[in-house]
Design a binder for this molecule. Structure first.
Ligand code: SF4
Length: 100
């Protein structure tokens, strides 16, 4: 699986987890579905392609301000919990975050 596809799966997983715990919904609300679609669309058009770093460390950060704030909120909460809910994705994400 490509790095972009893996990141798309991870970001969707993180948003789903956030929705489940904060909104007590098994499926994403329209607002968070939009955020997940937006994040995946940004990944599809990432100018760094397969050589990208994690978005958190990106020198450009291509998100619009509203989506950027929304994804930050999601990541702040889900980041530390990913090791419990999706350990494989968390390990891979941490590896790329530490890799320069
Ligand atoms: S934030 Fe940076 S790394 Fe992430 S998708 Fe946008 S350009 Fe690519």
């Amino acid at each position: 699986m490509s790095k972009i596809e893996r990141e798309k799966q991870t970001v969707r997983k993180m948003i789903e987890l956030y929705c489940r715990h904060h909104l007590h919904q098994e499926t994403m609300t329209e607002e968070y579905q939009h955020l997940a679609d937006y994040a995946c669309q940004r990944l599809d058009h990432c100018r760094f392609g397969e050589k990208k770093t994690v978005c958190k460390r990106c020198p450009i950060h291509c998100y619009a301000p509203q989506e950027r704030e929304a994804i930050r909120k999601v990541m702040r909460w889900t980041g530390p919990r990913m090791m419990i809910y999706a350990p494989k994705a968390a390990i891979i994400h941490t590896y790329y975050m530490l890799k320069r």
